[in-house]
Design a protein around this ligand. Structure first.
Ligand SMILES: [Zn+2]
Length: 334
């Protein structure tokens, strides 16, 4: 472990374990952003999964750590708290993006065991469908998770659309190869959405759908611990849509939530965290007083409610929550 790493972990520990350290957190809320909870911690550790995936052991470790230092509250409790009434302990709310099936299979049993509430933001076209998220499907196919035949076929397709694979993706070292995959997948974000969709369709799909279905959504909502909000319909980046398509995307996701849930959240969650003044204005016009972005920072009641900051949870900082505390501490200074 590097000196920098030890320094951050120690700093993070001191921050939450001393009154002086905790001072700046008084009256503020922390919103955490997660995506997937895999069934296996080792799988979540590889760089191309680290940012979006945590394993069950790291997730349980994180929940226990959060309960030691925070009041774990539903998102709306945090957002609607009376700023005059400052609780003894800082508040934290958990959010999950996209609507992965593993949220029900792997995250929920632990959330229920520790009675930690959470909000899940659904890309509604994927719910109950066999549609697949391109970054997951292309990433795992290139990683070889679906066999070498599928991998070579996808590499050929990518070559045809002018995105040949960098040689680093043939490195025999898993970590280096996985890191190269992260950079390569980032570079594919600029491809036309239809091309990405065609490439995704050309890949083999696992036995299980990637996303939740509506009966799972209802079951989770009935538990009283989980609430749902929209994260786009097709997960299209909202800032790239013309007015007509932006309106359709917002309407379709809102209607799907209204049909599929008893009490959808009045909170929008921007796909990829991307928004601008036009998107925020449209989100407000569709009846959402709050929206979640991906900039880091603390919730203090006085910021833009349509650009709520969050701290991302990775496998690494779930496993070492002092690193998360370090990032939260930096957030209190900005
Ligand atoms: Zn997303």
């Amino acid at each position: 472990m590097s000196i920098k790493h030890v320094f951050k972990r120690t700093g993070g520990w001191l921050y939450l374990n001393t009154a002086l350290g905790r001072g700046p957190l008084r009256g503020a809320g922390v919103i955490l952003m997660l995506h997937r909870v895999l069934s296996n911690d080792r799988a979540a550790e590889l760089p191309h999964r680290n940012e979006l995936c945590v394993g069950p052991e790291a997730f349980e470790h994180l929940l226990l750590w959060l309960q030691r230092h925070f009041d774990c509250v539903p998102l709306m409790t945090l957002l609607l708290a009376d700023p005059e009434h400052v609780p003894n302990r800082p508040r934290v709310a958990l959010t999950f993006d996209d609507g992965w099936r593993d949220n029900a299979m792997n995250a929920f049993p632990l959330l229920r065991q520790y009675q930690v509430p959470a909000s899940i933001f659904l890309s509604t076209d994927f719910i109950g469908s066999r549609q697949h998220f391109w970054w997951e499907t292309l990433g795992e196919t290139l990683w070889g998770s679906h066999g070498q035949v599928a991998r070579h076929s996808l590499i050929e397709h990518l070559h045809q659309v002018g995105r040949p694979l960098p040689v680093l993706l043939d490195d025999i070292d898993d970590d280096r190869r996985s890191l190269a995959l992260v950079h390569y997948l980032q570079s594919l974000k600029s491809l036309d959405p239809q091309v990405l969709s065609d490439l995704t369709e050309s890949c083999p799909h696992g036995a299980q759908p990637q996303a939740l279905d509506w009966s799972q959504v209802r079951m989770l909502e009935d538990s009283g611990l989980i609430r749902f909000g929209p994260h786009g319909a097709s997960h299209a980046i909202l800032t790239g849509l013309d007015d007509q398509r932006l309106h359709e995307e917002l309407s379709r996701s809102r209607i799907a939530l209204e049909n599929g849930c008893a009490q959808p959240l009045p909170v929008y969650c921007y796909p990829n965290g991307d928004h601008d003044a036009r998107v925020r204005q449209q989100v407000a016009a569709h009846g959402y007083p709050f929206a979640l972005g991906t900039e880091t920072g603390l919730y203090r009641h006085d910021g833009d409610p349509l650009n709520l900051p969050r701290f991302g949870v990775s496998q690494r900082n779930a496993h070492h929550p002092e690193l998360l505390a370090w990032r939260i501490r930096r957030g209190t200074r900005s």
